[in-house]
Every structure is written in C-alpha cells, then in structure tokens.
Design a binder for this molecule. Structure first.
Ligand SMILES: NC(=O)c1ccc[n+]([C@@H]2O[C@H](COP(=O)([O-])OP(=O)(O)OC[C@H]3O[C@@H](n4cnc5c(N)ncnc54)[C@H](O)[C@@H]3O)[C@@H](O)[C@H]2O)c1
Length: 437
C-alpha cells in the first residue's frame, strides 16, 4: 500500500520504518526540513534501536521518501497516518493546534483528489476529538463528506520509546476506531500478520482506550512506588513482595476488580486499606494514592445516593444488599450505607436479598446490622416479585442470577438503576440506567 505519514517524530518515524519493512511504500511529511532531509537520506531523526537499519534498507529499496509538500504526498498515496504532536497546554488541556492545522492541509489536498483517501489518526487525543474537531475541519477544507469522499479512522499507538520497533512488531493489541467497516479493514490490513487481537470499534472508544491504558500504567507505577516505600521503611524487600504479588494472575494481574460498577466493601478491603494507610502514617510516609482510594470509594457511594434522590420517587426497592452475590455478609456493604441514608431521609424502602436472613445472621455480621440498621427486618421482603409489585425505583445491588429478570419483568414506569451491570438488563429499555455506563 502507498502511505503518507504526517509528523516525523517518534511515532511517525517508527511507523515509517516498520511499514516499509513490511513492503509498504511510505512518503513521510513534516514541517521540519531537517527531519525531511534526514529521512530522504535514509537516516533516522530520532534515536531508537533498530530504526537506522530499517530506514537505510527502506531507502535502498526505494520504499521511503519524505517531503514538506502535503498535496504531493496525499495525491501519491491511498492512506495517510497522522502522527503529529498533541502536547498539553499549561492548564493540562489537550493542544490540538497541530492536528487542526494538518486537517486543514490534508483537507485542501483531498479537495482536488478524485480517488478516495483514508486518514488514520495515531496521535493521542481525547474522546470526541475526531467527531467534533477533525471530521468537521476535514469536511470544511475538502468540501467533501466523511464516509463518501474520504474516511477517518483512529488507530492508537501503544509503542514505548527505546523498544518502539519491537513494540510495533509485537503489539499488545491493534485497535481501529472507524465509522466504516471497509475502511477499518483497510487499516487493519496494514498490520496483517502481527500478533495480538485485532479490534474494530467506534472512534470514541478507540480514543478513550489509549488514555485508559496510559492512566492505568501511571497508576501501576505509583502503586508499586508507594508499596515500595512502606516495605523499605519496614525493612522488607519490596521486590520480594511484588514478585509474589505478580505471581497471582487470578486476582491481581487479571481482569478481576477492573469492571466499572459500585463501591467496594465487605469485611476485608476497607479494613485492610485503613490499616495500611495508618501504618504509612505511623512510618511518616506520604501515600496519596492509597489514601485516595477510600475517598474515591466514599464518593461513589455519595454519587449513588444523589442519583437515587434525583429520580424524585419515594418508593425504592433494593435487590441485593450484601456486598456481593452469594454471601450474607453485610459488614461494610456500601449498600447498607445507601439504605441508612435513604431511611434517614424518609424514603419508603423495601429490601430483598435471598442470601440475607436475619434469623440466620450471627456474630460480627449480626452485631454490625443491629448497630447500623436495627429495624432492617421490617424492610425486608421474601421475594423479588414483592419488590417488583409496587416499587417506583429498583436498584440492582449485586449480581445474583435472579436479578437478570428484573428488566424483563418490571413495568415501563419503574426505573431500574443497575450498580453491577446485570448482563441481560442493560439493553434496550428507556427506564434502565447503569451507574457508570
Ligand atoms: N512518543 C511516544 O512514545 C508515543 C507513543 C504513543 C502515542 N504517542 C502520541 O503520538 C503523537 C506523536 O507523538 P511523537 O512523540 O511522535 O511526537 P513528536 O513531537 O516527536 O513529533 C511530532 C512531529 O509532528 C511534526 N508536525 C507538526 N505539525 C505538522 C504538520 N502540520 N505537518 C507535518 N508534520 C507536523 C513536528 O514537526 C514533529 O516532527 C502524540 O499525540 C503522542 O501523544 C506518542
């Protein structure tokens, strides 16, 4: 395929080197003439392992050239990869000036091009940027409509500098966001033969994925560093601790605990988090990340209460109020916090949880409930149907299989507020709302 690459920085040059090594013909475009000259000599404008060899080979095989002329590059190619910078402004917002400029330039070039063109944006940008900024700019400059005269795709780059060529050839995944199936397939064809899943999605999801990835990486580093300081101050080898932590690929390095939903609770997580942050305080250590977890969790509970209040209904039913399905443990169930607040505000509540029978509650669990919501038994009902019969709002509080029928069996005037993404519940009905989806 003939490809023009806009922006000869880390992403653009690595893409150029690697795509030519797969046999594609590349025209690099940059406003910086020094970079363009170097690329035309088959030399790398950046320091990156294996790249000089790739570029020299590409030059030898006449698969690589570079220019500052946008029109020439767009007309000579079928597809453009856009890899210009998207730096932060002083206030942290995303600076899209370079992207906007490039859209105007490519848009003008497309105006005079008869054949269709695919624009693949690789620069990191916030969800909605393609739809709200890029496509309108391109349509204005080209006088053509996206999806007819040209296609836009978003294809985030996951490479790490210093191992960028290796990462390009061994991606963890390849993601293409696009409004058009055929155009998305064209983009994926660029990476044919590379390992990892090939994922087609919407522009906005693809844009968001890149931020979620990088934010999670930052979170991992910070978490490990805070744990490291606590370990060091206790005279423990943090690497010995983390090496064992990493061997747990069931609960630690896994998809567990990583689905958006309601606040965490139960008899362990809040207690152990408090003990660890208290320990850090005793050691005179700052652990802002660990400290923030309880705060953020409390906010999740508060936001849920506010949301329920915003429905402006008085008769509320809660389906599942132990802290997760399959247990009767109510200790530090965040749902108990919600129930307490709603009782305090005079709401008419009904609670249903087949695992919670007050007669069976013993020990710490019973004490906890007697202490927090002593008259809970008067609010409990024996069946889901009882809840469905007269509640104006039904809150799905845990993932008990039985709750899958709630949306099917409720009336259209009953609001279903789902805290756990109950599978079958989340499709199609206007009266359904998820907590964070
Ligand atoms: N560097 C990384 O490791 C990495 C990894 C993944 C994603 N990204 C993202 O990729 C994008 C590019 O990052 P980078 O580090 O390669 O940037 P960079 O700053 O190294 O390079 C950007 C290049 O774009 C050129 N440019 C600016 N305006 C232009 C225009 N109108 N026409 C042609 N060229 C133009 C600049 O001269 C520069 O050479 C950013 O959005 C970044 O967030 C970077």
């Amino acid at each position: 395929m003939k490809i023009s690459i806009f922006g000869l920085g880390y992403v653009g040059v690595v893409s150029a080197g690697c795509l030519t090594s797969c046999g594609h013909e590349v025209v690099g475009v940059d406003v910086n003439e020094v970079k363009v000259d170097l690329m035309n000599k088959g030399q790398s404008p950046i320091v990156e392992k294996d790249l000089p060899e790739l570029l020299a080979r590409a030059k030898e095989k006449a698969l690589l050239k570079a220019t500052i002329k946008v029109r020439e590059a767009v007309h000579a190619t079928d597809m453009s990869l856009i890899c210009v910078g998207t730096p932060s402004r002083a206030n942290g917002s995303l600076n899209t000036n370079y992207i906007e400029r490039v859209c105007e330039q490519i848009g003008s070039a497309i105006k005079e091009k008869e054949a269709g063109h695919v624009l693949v944006f690789r620069s990191t940008m916030l969800p909605g940027t393609n739809k709200e900024i890029i496509i309108p700019r391109l349509e204005k400059a080209s006088g053509k409509i996206e999806g007819e005269g040209f296609h836009v795709a978003f294809n985030p780059e996951f490479l790490r500098e210093a191992t960028a060529v290796y990462d390009f050839n061994n991606p963890p995944k390849t993601v293409v966001g696009c409004n058009n199936e055929e155009a998305a397939d064209k983009v994926l064809a660029l990476y044919e033969g590379l390992p990892g899943p090939m994922i087609k999605t919407t522009l906005e999801v693809a844009e968001m994925v890149k931020y979620v990835d990088n934010n999670f990486h930052a979170l991992k580093i910070t978490f490990a560093n805070e744990v490291g300081h606590i370990c060091k101050n206790l005279g423990l080898d943090s690497h010995a601790v983390i090496d064992i932590f990493l061997q747990d690929t069931k609960l630690n390095i896994s998809s567990y605990y990583l689905k958006p939903g309601f606040a965490f609770g139960g008899s362990c997580l809040p207690k152990d988090l408090r003990a660890m942050t208290y320990l850090a305080k005793m050691l005179d250590l700052e652990t802002p990340l660990l400290n923030s977890l309880i705060l953020s969790n409390n906010l999740q509970i508060l936001m849920t209460i506010k949301k329920i209040i915003s429905f402006n209904k008085r008769r509320i039913g809660i389906a599942g109020f132990s802290f997760k399905a399959g247990t009767d443990d109510l200790r530090e169930s965040p749902l108990v916090e919600v129930i307490e607040t709603l009782i305090g505000k005079g709401y008419d509540l009904k609670l249903y949880d087949k695992n919670v029978s007050l007669a069976r509650l013993v020990g710490a669990n019973k004490e906890y409930i007697n202490d927090r919501i002593p008259h809970i038994s008067s609010l409990m009902v024996d069946s889901l149907d009882d809840l469905l019969s007269d509640r104006e709002v039904i809150i799905i509080g845990n993932k008990d299989e039985e709750f899958k029928r709630i949306l099917k069996d409720c009336r259209d005037d009953q609001i279903v507020y789902d805290l756990v993404r109950m599978g079958e519940c989340d499709e199609g009905k206007d009266n359904y709302q998820g907590i964070c989806w």
